[in-house]
Design a protein around this ligand. Sequence first.
Ligand SMILES: [Ca+2]
Length: 508
Amino acid sequence: MRSLHGLNKLRSIHVLQWFLVIGQLFPQMESAFGATRPNVLFIMADDLNADMDCYPGGKAQTPHLDRLAARGVRFDRAYCQFPLCGPSRNSMLCGLYPNATGIMRNSQIFRQTIPSHHSLPQAFRLEGYVSARVGKLYHYNVPKSVGTNGHDDPASWEIETNPAGCDRLEEEPFIFSLKPGQFGGTLSWYASPQPDEKHTDGMLAEDAIWLLERFAKRPDRPFFLALGFYRPHTPYVAPKCYFGAYPTASIRLVEGVQEDIQDLPAMALGSHKAEHDLLTDPLRREAIQAYRASVSFMDAQVGRVLQALERLGLSEETIVVFTSDHGYHLGEHGLWQKMSLFEESARVPLIMAGPGVSAHGEVAPAPVGLVDLYPTLTALCGVQAPADLQGQNLALMLKNPQAKGRGYALTQVTRTRKGLQPNRVMGYSLRTERWRLTLWDDQREGVELYDHSADPAEQHNLAGKAMWKDLQDELMQKLRTAVRQTLPASGSVPTLRQPIWPPNLTHP
Ligand SMILES: [Ca+2]
């Protein structure tokens, strides 16, 4: 696997030589593409919720992201469109809701449903940007596919690198897991004695810096560098030094779960996994400690890359985006991990800084979605976007964070029902600045309504209460209209066309 990293780097060097040379062969490209377009550094974490100290009440220490937020805009109500890696990342990178990409599961790619759609990095590529991917942007099986291309889209990138570190290659035998031997979908963790640079995310930072150093030599050719960290996704493996900031004795667990869940439809808790019943309070504390340590470790790697950007004189001309593919539960409502429509699972951190972001250290309170990033970045860089994008352009909020925008964010998730047809149904959740309304199978499987001004933990379901009937009716109408707008022009969700591009790039 180490050699796999070497091989990819070798290939990257060839590609780089090609792109360094091509500008000399075709000098007219320089003027055609323009030297003044901003670069984009698009950074993602995996399975990261907004429980970080640059968010109110956040508990994970993220000094480098705090600094990024201080020189840009932090979105206080940013939401994924589907709380699972594959569907969320396809939606974000296509600028389309999952109902328009047709991707509702992992291990699939939009080339199987809407093959001619241009992805976000592809739109930049087509206008002469060098587009590079370091690590996880589309779906990967973590940790199994670390060191491979994952379920990637080759048309999106000119350069890819896929390092694999000690967490993947050496330390799996030492990782504690609720289901021994399983690390990807199961709560699992390990405080590693190895230093940052031996871990996959440390190597990703190193690769990103290596690329930035080369991009800096070609100011005539702007870059779109996408950097996808694997932490804090399970297994929560991070260097030991990051665990010390979170002593287990001082970790407070969620209380009152049994009272809280009495007013919930069964599907609201449908992401519960049987192995979560094995958790004891000491294990819960250890899991939270390791999750937060992984967040701080990832933050340190972001810091290294941002320092390189500064050192290379690229900060002033590079738009930096930091986000995650979805949020994460650490015990709220008795839930762990993702795939719920509650706030912790649907909400993502979102920070933007750089050219076009004239507000500094300010907070945008309006609800926004990951689907909005595509139209925003293409607008900020003057790159042509496909006409059928479904998100809103956030450029105004980057100047005036109080701008209202669309007024809601929409998140959906699938649930299965055994023995009933249809066996797969949808939950949709509409988040406005104050309210969250969730309909399961268009209310046949239940309704939830939460008032975030009084109940930010979503512990009191107001659905069906006489006092809130008019508001509930109004929000239900709004949600149904929003859902209709997620469908493509054909009016139906695209289906998987298997023979077009069945990717199998995930095994080394
Ligand atoms: Ca994820």
